[in-house]
Design a protein. Structure first.
Lengths: 387, 375
């Protein structure tokens, strides 16, 4: 047992650090504020990563990936988070991209993958529906064959950044008679197609990230079908299990705790800096301990797959604990800011509370999306504990 | 970066695990508790023969040069079996003090005796008023005419009545809460003026209260430098904390796995209770708490191995986590075992009682959270 990095990994880390120091400006660090993405700045950063060949570490090399080891990917993600680099928008690079290069035709790969790598096209995810949340397979949006097209009718919801999107990847029902998982297909749809309407959802964080997407007789060429008709559920499951690295958000939570300590050193309580308040400090320490545990749980999970092994059971808790800790950290951030955590408007009070409250509110979704934590527990109960 | 055991470490783990599975079920443990001295002398000899009593000692001292990893391996498995033999008090704590601060003669005599299974020692460092502060020593040692004369009270001396020798902390200078002036002495159990009050603890182990009334020991009984051995005590306390937490982590694993098995067999409303989501989520939480403590254990052990500056902080994080999460797992196990969890017949309650003892030894959760915050 040892925790040391190899000389090669240390050299790689230096290379990443040098790149970040050179290319990551303070302006780009602001691409995500309070959980909310600034589209143009984000695309600018993703293009910088693309130029360096580092935008899609998880992709196979033949499609534009880096060929990094798992340890190198881990180092890269950590170094990026350490200096506050914005994480790439996942919908293209981490979601539909892997589905296309795994299940798509050669023509689809050529048509879609370069634009995803170069961030020329913004994707969004059409999975959830009003009646299909945790029970995703209950989805009702239907696609009926009409010559060389499908005619799509229905509604998607919670569609993050649909207002920016050029394309949407959708789960649609192509066989209403089949068992619910077996009648689903995976369809790529151009957002400019007539019959698509995007409506904003006002969310508790006062930002615009969530939308509803309506489909009214939307005509989609059959060539936009991924893989086989009615096999979409298989591809969707693949997508859900594919992107599991960095799910715990350890470096981000570490950064957030550092920030809390800075704020709590400025904020006063009882005539002294809040950071000297035993009760506040104890709550923070408890979260720090949980985060230290999570960090090593993640290292254990990574180490178990380094040699091509299957991830150990410990990996299953990363999403649950990771999101719980993110929320606990956000709660303490808000608490640290005192009154001004609740003030709306720029430049009021200490000036730093606004984004912190936004992030806290936005972060309530973390235990809901990506399979709610309760669904995760059901999965662990079944798959790990055999219940 | 790897978390794999070496071949030797795997063999050690397998041999201890096999022993616990084949020769140390709960009934056996119960019998050991009821024996004179509260453990089985023959089993202790078996430990010696299997080479487990020499695990933490350097090859120079007659051991195998095992480190924190080897101790963790032994203790995790001991935890699963609720081993009641005085491994922690004799081998890890007393052996640890002698290995760190003993003279060549003391090491030669005592460590070889421990390794062979002939010697039992126990550390007498806690006092009724000291709680978790090892520097809070009111017992005094006065030097005159070639002898130290020790007077004071010592509390919760683990397996005290079966020890042939105590390592007693006593003050050679300063007042009771000074960090300077703490010395360590080897005190034979049959010393004049030493009273030993033996009692069982809730976890089936034994402990003793010591009363020292002008107990005379020669100059050669001093371990390490006079008045400057608090650091030795504190270093041993951190290592012992880590070992006890390894024991607790082994217990947590056993608890969640046994609870899962029990729930699959226990039927209510015509079905196994394992199908109820309310219980499933509680068991997932037990599993999660175990994995978290296991991660913190590995973190502490690996930082000890690497000589990292963050090691004491990692120990406190671990001890705090075990205090809260370990106890929670045991409480949950009792809840899901239901009425059966309340019976003495089942081992579940014993795991809880042992975890609670571990949580108190060398500082409880609050103590370690405070220490963590101060680092």
């Amino acid at each position: 047992m040892d925790i040391q990095l190899t000389p090669n990994d240390v050299a790689f880390r230096e290379e990443v650090r040098a790149f970040l120091k050179d290319k990551l400006s303070d302006r780009i660090k602001q691409a995500i504020v309070g959980g909310y993405i600034d589209k143009d700045t984000m695309i600018e950063w993703q293009k910088i990563l693309y130029e360096r060949g580092w935008v899609a570490p998880n992709w196979p090399q033949q499609y534009g990936g880096t060929g990094w080891t798992i340890t190198q990917k881990f180092i890269f993600e950590n170094e990026c988070a350490e200096v506050g680099a914005p994480g790439v928008v996942p919908f293209g690079l981490k979601m539909v991209g892997p589905v296309i290069y795994t299940f798509g035709t050669d023509e689809q790969k050529q048509r879609f993958l370069p634009d995803i790598l170069q961030s020329n096209v913004w994707w969004c995810q059409g999975y959830s529906e009003p009646g299909a949340g945790s029970d995703l397979a209950a989805l009702q949006t239907k696609a009926e064959r009409d010559g060389d097209d499908y005619i799509v009718n229905g509604q998607k919801i919670w569609t993050t950044y649909a207002q920016y999107a050029d394309w949407i990847f959708c789960l649609v029902r192509t066989d209403p008679a089949a068992k619910k998982q077996e009648g689903i297909s995976f369809l790529l749809i151009d957002m400019n197609t007539p019959g698509i309407e995007v409506r904003k959802i006002n969310s508790i964080d006062n930002q615009h990230s969530l939308n509803e997407v309506f489909f009214d007789n939307v005509r989609v060429p059959v060539t936009n079908l991924i893989g086989q008709e009615n096999k979409g559920w298989t591809y969707a499951k693949y997508l859900l299990t594919h992107e599991r690295t960095a799910i715990a958000g350890v470096p981000q939570s570490k950064k957030a705790i550092e920030r809390i300590k800075e704020i709590a050193s400025q904020e006063m309580s009882g005539g002294r800096p809040l950071i000297e308040d035993d009760m506040f400090r104890a709550k923070l320490a408890q979260v720090e301990v949980d985060l230290m545990a999570l960090e090593y749980t993640e290292l254990r999970a990574i180490a178990s797959v380094v040699d091509g092994g299957a991830p150990g059971p410990e990996s299953s808790i990363l999403k649950i604990r990771g999101t719980e800790i993110q929320q606990a950290v956000a709660e303490l951030s808000v608490e640290a800011c005192g009154y001004y955590a609740h003030a709306l408007g720029d430049g009021i009070g200490n000036g730093y509370a606004g984004p912190i409250s936004t992030k806290y509110l936005y972060g309530r979704a973390a235990t809901i999306y990506g399979g709610s934590n309760e669904v995760q527990k059901n999965i662990i109960a079944k798959m790990v504990l055999g219940l | 970066m790897n978390f794999n055991y070496s071949e030797e470490q795997t063999l050690l783990k397998d041999s201890v695990a096999k022993f616990i599975a084949n020769d140390y079920d709960y009934e056996t443990r119960r019998k050991h508790c009821a024996m004179d001295g509260g453990f089985d002398v023959a089993t202790w000899q078996t430990f010696a023969e299997l080479g487990w009593l020499c695990v933490p000692f350097s090859e120079e001292d007659g051991g195998i040069g095992g480190g924190a990893v080897e101790t963790m391996i032994v203790m995790e498995e001991f935890g699963k079996g609720l081993v009641v033999e005085p491994y922690v008090s004799t081998v890890l704590i007393s052996g640890g003090v002698v290995a760190k601060a003993g003279s060549a003669e003391q090491k030669a005599e005592i460590l070889s005796g421990i390794i062979e299974g002939n010697r039992k020692l126990s550390l007498a460092a806690i006092e009724p008023q000291s709680r978790f502060d090892l520097f809070d020593v009111a017992t005094e040692a006065k030097f005159s005419a070639g002898y130290y004369e020790l007077t004071g009270s010592k509390a919760m001396v683990l397996h005290g009545a079966s020890a042939d020798t105590f390592i007693v902390s006593a003050r050679t200078s300063g007042s009771s809460r000074d960090r300077e002036g703490v010395s360590l002495f080897l005190v034979p159990a049959d010393s004049q003026g030493l009273e030993i009050q033996d009692y069982p603890t809730l976890d089936g182990h034994r402990a003793a209260e010591l009363s020292l009334n002008s107990v005379k020991v020669p100059e050669s009984a001093l371990i390490g430098e006079q008045g400057a051995t608090l650091s030795v005590l504190e270093a041993v306390a951190d290592e012992a904390s880590m070992a006890l937490c390894a024991e607790a982590v082994g217990m947590m694993e056993k608890l969640y796995k046994e609870t899962v098995e029990y729930s699959k067999n226990r039927k209510q409303f015509g079905v196994p209770i394992s199908i109820f989501q309310a219980l499933q989520h509680r068991m997932v939480e037990m599993f999660t708490l175990h994995e978290e403590c296991k991660s913190l254990l590995l973190r502490a052990v690996m930082s000890h191995q690497a000589g990292g500056a963050d090691y004491p902080k990692n120990v406190s994080a671990l001890k705090y986590a075990v205090a809260t999460k370990g106890q929670k797992v045991a409480h949950e196990a009792i809840q899901i075992f239901g009425g059966m969890g309340m019976t003495d017949e089942m081992s579940v309650g014993m795991y809880l009682k042992r975890i609670n003892v571990i949580n108190t030894l060398f500082g409880n959760g609050d103590y370690h959270l405070k220490r963590f915050m101060a680092m």
